[in-house]
Every structure is written in structure tokens, then in C-alpha cells.
Design a protein around this ligand. Structure first.
Ligand SMILES: Cc1cc2nc3c(=O)[nH]c(=O)nc-3n(C[C@H](O)[C@H](O)[C@H](O)COP(=O)(O)O)c2cc1C
Length: 160
């Protein structure tokens, strides 16, 4: 199966997840929208879109790409994955960022977890993240990370 993985993130987590996911397929092409555009075509059997989340929102570049390629995506097997730190918010983030019909049309849609990469953030971003961490007591005893099982399960769903 030829898969196109289009992704965008800021501190490396989504990039790492996209590469881990790509390893689950025989033939996957990766496009990082933070560096380049991605022109999809019918040569692909499926498209996977991956985004990091900030303040409950997916990356603007992913949002624009989804709008630009709406017609193409409507006829494709597709999946969406998110990378974000606070897994208790996953359901809400998906609901807030994607139309119902789009979600129902996806073979797989999931959150892969996230990381707190403070060293790659500006001071103001660190402050915001610290505030968010304080609001999520579950992160007191557990450092957020990527969930490998979720990535593999997602790939299995896409491969059926
Ligand atoms: C300014 C800022 C805002 C964030 N907002 C959220 C959020 O609303 N929900 C969440 O679960 N994680 C949030 N995070 C955590 C990131 O989603 C997490 O660090 C993720 O691994 C980043 O992925 P990336 O490295 O691909 O950008 C935020 C991080 C920063 C720096």
C-alpha cells in the first residue's frame, strides 16, 4: 500500500511519530508541511495527516492543507493522528478541530501522545506549557510520551 504521510509540528514530536508510523508501512512517503508543501495525487492508496496541538488547536498549516485538498481527500482512504501532551483532552481536541463527517470518513483517527520539549521552546511558550501542565494533575506522576502501541494500532487500521 502506498501511503502519503503529511504532518506538521514544532518541537519534533510529530516528526518522530510520523517516522515511526512510516516504518509500519511497506511504502510510505513523508512530507513535513513546516518545510515543504505536499501535492497529493491518485498514486497513493491512502493519506495520513498528522498534527501537533497547541492551545487545543491543530497546526494552521495542516488546517489550510485540509481545506485546499478537501475534494481529493473526500475520495481517499485517510487517517488523522495528533501529537499532544494531555491525553485526557484528546476527544475534545478531535471534536473541536474536525467536522463530524470528516471524522466518520477516516479509517483511523487517534492521539499518539506527546512530549514536553522545554529545551526547544521560547520562554513565553515554556510559561504557557508550565501553566497547562499545572492544570493537568495526571502529568504530576507521569511524563507525557509517545505511545508506540497507539501508532501500531493506527497502522493496522489503515492497512485493512
Ligand atoms: C505553547 C504550547 C501549547 C500547548 N498546548 C497544548 C494543548 O492545548 N493540549 C495538549 O494536549 N498539549 C499541548 N501542548 C503540548 C504539545 O502538544 C506537545 O509538547 C507536543 O509533543 C508537541 O508536538 P511537536 O513537538 O510536534 O510540536 C502545548 C505545548 C506548547 C509549547
Amino acid at each position: 500500500m502506498r501511503v502519503l504521510i503529511v504532518y506538521a509540528g514544532r518541537t519534533g514530536t510529530t516528526e518522530k511519530a510520523a517516522h515511526m508510523l512510516a516504518d509500519c508501512f511497506d511504502d510510505a512517503s513523508l512530507r513535513n508541511l513546516m518545510e515543504t508543501d505536499a501535492n497529493p495525487d491518485r498514486a497513493y492508496d491512502a493519506v495520513i495527516i498528522g498534527s501537533s496541538v497547541r492551545n487545543g488547536q491543530i497546526e494552521p498549516k495542516i488546517r489550510k492543507w485540509l481545506v485546499k485538498h478537501e475534494a481529493y481527500l473526500a475520495g481517499m482512504r485517510k487517517g488523522v493522528f495528533l501529537c499532544h501532551a494531555f491525553m485526557t483532552d484528546s476527544h475534545q481536541i478531535i471534536e473541536d478541530n474536525f467536522p463530524d463527517a470528516f471524522i466518520k470518513d477516516c479509517e483511523a483517527i487517534d492521539s499518539f501522545g506527546g512530549e514536553l520539549n522545554y529545551d526547544r521552546l521560547k520562554l513565553s511558550e515554556r510559561m504557557t506549557l508550565r501553566r497547562l501542565v499545572r492544570r493537568h494533575p495526571e502529568t504530576r506522576n507521569m511524563v507525557p510520551c509517545l505511545v508506540t502501541d497507539s501508532i501500531m494500532e493506527f497502522a493496522e487500521k489503515m492497512n485493512y
